[in-house]
Design a protein around this ligand. Sequence first.
Ligand SMILES: [Ca+2]
Ligand SMILES: [Ca+2]
Length: 198
Amino acid sequence: MGTLTLNNGLTLSDTSSFAVEINGPTAGSQHDRVCVLGNVALNGATLAATGTITAPAGRLIVLIDNGGTDPVGGTFKDSLGATLAEGATVTVNGIDFLLSYAGGDGNDVVLFQAGAAGTIGTAGDDEFELRQADISGADYLQLLAGGAVVDSRAAAAVTSWTIDGAGGNDTLTVNYAASGGFLDIPVTFDGGAGATTR
Ligand SMILES: [Ca+2]
Ligand SMILES: [Ca+2]
């Protein structure tokens, strides 16, 4: 359990296993994280995620913090050998997560808590952005907080999105100019000082 930093990239093979332990939402002390400077090439390695995490899980678990702006190369596969595509479900201790290779600041390997698309802000000021992104030819709805992707899921599976800004002065930008273009779902936003629904 801990955080590992690799300064010369991470290249896995299709026969290797990437084992991570996830016992809670905090990197280092509760789940493993690899920070990589340089290329990340997954090459169909097996993702072996285990742990004791319990609900409510952290909404975002960054497994590979990929430095720079280079995208992750390749995908993981599951223990049965099936490819884990963008948005695939990964179950840890009975809790379903959605896997993304374009999470965090846009190029990190992350797990998002599955379930209804809802986002809860912090007690401070939050700047949210909801956008639709084209990832490898498919549309994904992404929720950003402070510029980081904190949730991402296949657009076709999302019927609405609820954002509770909690305390502070919160703003929500619905960005139709992202790579996925216009998004057409009901969005409920509670910015603290009153609800805005569109
Ligand atoms: Ca990154
Ligand atoms: Ca807030």
